[in-house]
Design a protein. Structure first.
Length: 364
């Protein structure tokens, strides 16, 4: 029996008729880019987050990139973020000509540590990008306080956390902008690339809409340099179908995560820590152990998928060698990279499958 880390086929089978009807409707319409489905999805995601505006773009990476551009971040600026995340969070900072400044993580949640971020603020700091890693919102209130004190902007990298809550507020409602990815493995994933920026700021929203279409308000007339970053109608139609199921799917993830927690209790394997004020959506169920690699090999030998997120923290990546970071500078991120392991989890995973994963993991 083979158990994948994420079973996308099972989810598709459960909504196949709805999805195919939505795709066929788009094909019949002849409207394929920035049409009615995109507009409806933008409104629905903005409403989910409790903000005014949603702007569909080509990917989660582009959502971050356009956010930085729309907020005026560029050469000479510094942006504080976490070293323990997917590369694009830092890559987009470099792409706009700014400098990523890495601050260490909270060892319990793996999210950006506000105290460490505070130590990295300089006269050149313009923004902070907290990542809501693995489906849990970063501790945003202290970061917002830093932003107010130092006149910074907060860009939520919420690519892994759509639907999550922080003190009752949805991910996406807490920063100046927030960015979502619709990559297929995300909690709300399409069948290709896609992303969205949400914001409560109408001026920023207007600039984002301009940036995503080459800086053009009227066809062939361009007021600024922009990008080609548009969400297509087919992906939007699929995502509209899936959005109706999102809260239920996230609840199912929490139920299975709680089962993992119970079964692994007392095993010596550290299970995810969720702060009492948070409601995680468990994009990934990530455990940790100094014997991570042996545990992963044991699962692999039994045909069970797992994942290492992330094997090398960003401050030690070759591309950022020029920033001067060395091994040992950000010890919590480095230790997490050596010890964490994602176990199979998706809304369709059965109780029996979770039990089998744990039994294999523990060598029983």
């Amino acid at each position: 029996m083979s158990i994948p880390l994420i079973d996308l086929k099972a989810q598709y089978k459960s909504i196949k008729d709805e999805v195919l009807a939505a795709i066929n409707s788009v094909l019949d319409s002849g409207e394929y880019i920035l049409g009615r489905n995109v507009a409806a999805l933008e409104s629905a995601v903005a409403e989910l987050c409790g903000v005014k505006h949603g702007i569909g773009v080509a990917s989660g990476t582009d959502a971050l990139l356009l956010s930085l551009s729309a907020l005026g971040i560029g050469p000479g600026d510094e942006v504080i973020t976490t070293p323990y995340t997917f590369f694009s969070t830092a890559e987009v900072i470099s792409k706009v000509g700014a400098t990523p400044v890495f601050a260490d993580i909270d060892p319990l949640t793996y999210n950006l540590d506000p105290n460490q971020a505070a130590k990295r603020i300089t006269s050149r700091t313009r923004a902070i990008i907290p990542v809501h890693l693995f489906g849990q919102v970063a501790d945003i209130d202290p970061l917002l306080a830093l932003a107010r004190e130092h006149r910074l902007v907060i860009i939520e990298d919420a690519c892994q956390a759509i639907g999550a809550r922080y003190k009752g507020h949805r991910a996406g409602s807490l920063g100046h902008t927030a960015c979502f990815s619709f990559y297929p493995t995300k909690n709300l994933g399409g069948y290709g690339d896609g992303g969205m920026v949400v914001t409560g700021d109408s001026e920023v929203a207007a600039r984002l809409r301009l940036l995503r279409v080459h800086g053009s308000r009227t066809r062939y007339h361009h007021s600024i340099h922009g990008y080609n970053s548009r969400l297509d109608e087919i992906q939007a139609a699929v995502l509209r179908v899936k959005l109706k199921h999102l809260d239920r799917w996230n609840r199912q993830r929490r139920v299975r995560a709680a089962l993992y927690d119970r079964l692994l209790s007392g095993s010596g394997i550290v299970t995810p820590h969720v702060e009492p004020w948070n409601e995680s959506v468990y994009h990934l169920y990530v455990v940790r152990s100094p014997q991570r690699d042996q545990l992963r090999a044991r699962l692999s030998g039994a045909g069970i998928g797992s994942g290492v997120y992330y094997p090398l923290p960003l401050h030690l990546q070759e591309v950022y060698k020029g920033l001067g970071y060395r091994a040992g500078d950000l010890p919590e991120a480095e230790r997490a990279s050596r010890e964490t392991l994602a176990l199979p989890l998706d809304p369709e995973i059965s109780e029996d499958t979770v039990r089998l994963v744990v039994k294999t993991l523990l060598g029983n």
